[in-house]
Design a protein around this ligand. Sequence first.
Ligand SMILES: C[S@@+](CC[C@H](N)C(=O)[O-])C[C@H]1O[C@@H](n2cnc3c(N)ncnc32)[C@H](O)[C@@H]1O
Length: 371
Amino acid sequence: MKTFFILGRNPQLSRVEILEFLKARNRTHKEILFQGNLLIIQTNEGEKFDIQEFGGIMHLGQITFEGNLEQLKIYFEQNEIIPADKFSYAIHGNLDSQILKEKFKREHKKASQKHGRKLIKFQDGHKQENPKADFYIFLHSTNADEPHNISPATSQRIYFGVTSQTYDPTEVKKRDMQKPVRREALAISPRLSKILINLSDAKPHDRLLDPFCGIGSILQEALIKKINVHGIDKDKQATINAEQNLKWLTQEYKIQTKCKIENTDSRHAPDLQFQAIATETPLGKLLKKKPSDNQAKQIIQNFEAYIIPILKRLKKVKKPSAKIAMTFPVIRNFHVNARKIAEKSELKINIEPILESRPDQFVSRDILVLQ
Ligand SMILES: C[S@@+](CC[C@H](N)C(=O)[O-])C[C@H]1O[C@@H](n2cnc3c(N)ncnc32)[C@H](O)[C@@H]1O
């Protein structure tokens, strides 16, 4: 069985999120194609995905046809692909939609293709239409000699499918907006929280640590995933706020899993054996204006010195196989030297840094996993 994924604004990060999610659950899988924001993964028959578990997927569905153009035409003649007479649809992929239009016309269906003025802006700067439609169609062709074609076919290979799930941000937004305490300037988004949790390989009933928990954004998303959580922050007020937020969440969603918040320094993280760590590291002081190159360099150096003793402690309180999914600050173009940090804290890099940035921010993040 093959599933296609239409990925969000940082496709590389979203791809790794999905692959790690499958790996952590020992689900047999093979990556078939990754191009732009399109990903196809082969799994065992009957494998189910719940799009709401992920932070970086816009749509997903099953590939129902794979072959060349002649075979696609026959497939379209023999199969109904949308069981409605009047609907709108949008296409993801590089294939001309004419063949679909002809099919719908033949079937006397009132099918309107949506283009939409709203654009999705990808991290690499390119923009793509992001229309709202009743159905999203995956119609993509690849050639054997293209470098992104992971399983080269004989020549041209067309993949087709109709989405079965579209990400619904309503519930996540509600959780984020309605929680008792919000902290705009510092809090991580629910999207990135989910991604970090998935990268940490945390599964239901595991115990996850956030050693810089702030007001508890990552812990909140972990609790929703039925993960037991432990948060640490050295700022007393942040821990009071995290407790308020998590208390509200457990009542609102009738959550049974355990949750503990501690007001301490992460260098003194408790002697427990966590199965996963997911965290957004502090930058030190909040930057109000863009720093100079020298200042940026200095902040990154300070960060490196600051994080090593904490990582050394985290290594002691995690199970040997447990992963640390975390962010490192990127200021201007200065990155933390992940290799040096891993070496000094005696950890291994499990996932190399993936940049997560927005054009309007001068502080970006590298997302990486240490083990
Ligand atoms: C970037 S914020 C994390 C925000 C959090 N993800 C949220 O959504 O609120 C970093 C947090 O780390 C805390 N912190 C900084 N150094 C720490 C340390 N050594 N031990 C524990 N907490 C620390 C700060 O008080 C701050 O709340």
